[in-house]
Write a protein that binds this ligand. Structure first.
Ligand SMILES: Nc1ncnc2c1ncn2[C@@H]1O[C@H](COP(=O)(O)OP(=O)(O)OP(=O)(O)O)[C@@H](O)[C@H]1O
Ligand SMILES: [Mg+2]
Length: 283
């Protein structure tokens, strides 16, 4: 092998090593548990730490992350898949730094992709890995092929649930499917809409004990978001609650979640941000 060959090989290896974004997929068994509100606000918090964060609305068919962020765009993933525009044409940058890829709403076609179309979509989206630090996929509820494809890609699979028994049962079904599919990413649970951290801890413990006992797998505790009326107030105003009500309880929970996650994603140059300062209050 010549010097040139060796140098080229090293460059290729370093490209893989240093420039691949971490992928976080948010998913759930039951619908309406807070995936989209978490994905949008978490994305903004992570972007506030100086990381390049892209949120992909992967709820194919019933996308609404753009609605929650007050964004209106004529093009979405459907138009990329049908070849009308390129991925770069549909990326929207929120003024707070988060990049958003809108999904298609009301498009049965996107919800029912063929195997070939799904591979093409994943191939198109894989470009994001070299241009960002973190890619967040917000999926639809339930277990189907589209969702499991995004779960499969993830470094971190975040199963969102509330303490409601039906939501916990469905979260367990999702966890079971992910384990049976031998997903490579770390499986963690985010308890949303809890009334206290004691309630969150009790639910986390029950879920992780059952997972250990029946599936012989370890679940990680991503943390919790408190039930907070500011969340729905902000949604009604089409604004993210971490920006609209940065001092509400849910915002503190979200910032602490982002700080925890952000620690695992290295930046070329660490920036001290408001988030890190807030995070210091928690640790
Ligand atoms: N921490 C919270 N406190 C109060 N209300 C909340 C909280 N989290 C979510 N909600 C409420 O739950 C609703 C559903 O949230 P969201 O749309 O994010 O769920 P989802 O899991 O994405 O739903 P779907 O499965 O339909 O995609 C929100 O409109 C909001 O009113
Ligand atoms: Mg949603």
């Amino acid at each position: 092998m010549t010097w040139n060959d060796q140098a080229a090989k090293l460059r290729e290896m370093m490209k893989d090593f240093s420039s691949k974004a971490k992928i976080i997929t948010l998913t759930s068994g039951k619908g309406g548990v807070g995936k989209t509100v978490t994905a949008t606000n978490l994305g903004l918090c992570l972007a506030a730490t100086g990381k390049r964060v892209v949120l992909v609305d992967a709820d194919l068919g019933l996308a609404n992350a753009d609605v929650m962020l007050g964004i209106n765009r004529p093009y979405n993933l459907f138009h990329v898949l049908s070849g009308q525009v390129n991925l770069s044409d549909i990326i929207v940058e929120h003024p707070a730094g988060l990049q958003i890829i809108p999904g298609g709403s009301g498009l049965g076609k996107l919800a029912n992709l063929t195997e070939f179309e799904r591979h093409r979509l994943l191939d198109i989206l894989s470009d994001l890995q070299s241009t960002s630090d973190i890619v967040i996929f917000d999926t639809s509820a339930g277990i189907n092929r589209n969702v499991m494809a995004f779960v499969d890609l993830a470094d971190l699979v975040m199963v969102v649930t509330t303490p409601e028994p039906a939501a916990i049962t469905d979260a367990y079904a999702m966890i079971k499917t992910a384990i049976q599919q031998q997903v490579q990413g770390r499986l963690c649970v985010l308890m949303n809409r809890v009334t206290s951290r004691y309630e969150a801890r009790a639910c986390q413990q029950r879920l992780s004990q059952v997972t250990k006992k029946f599936l012989d797998a370890t679940l990680f505790d991503a943390g919790y978001i408190l039930e907070d009326a500011h969340v729905s107030q902000a949604i009604r105003a089409r604004k993210p609650f971490v920006l609209e009500y940065p001092k509400c309880q849910a915002s503190y929970c979200m910032m602490s979640l982002a700080a925890k996650l952000g620690k695992n994603v290295q930046l070329p140059e660490q920036k001290v941000s408001f988030l890190r300062k807030v995070a210091n209050l928690f640790w």
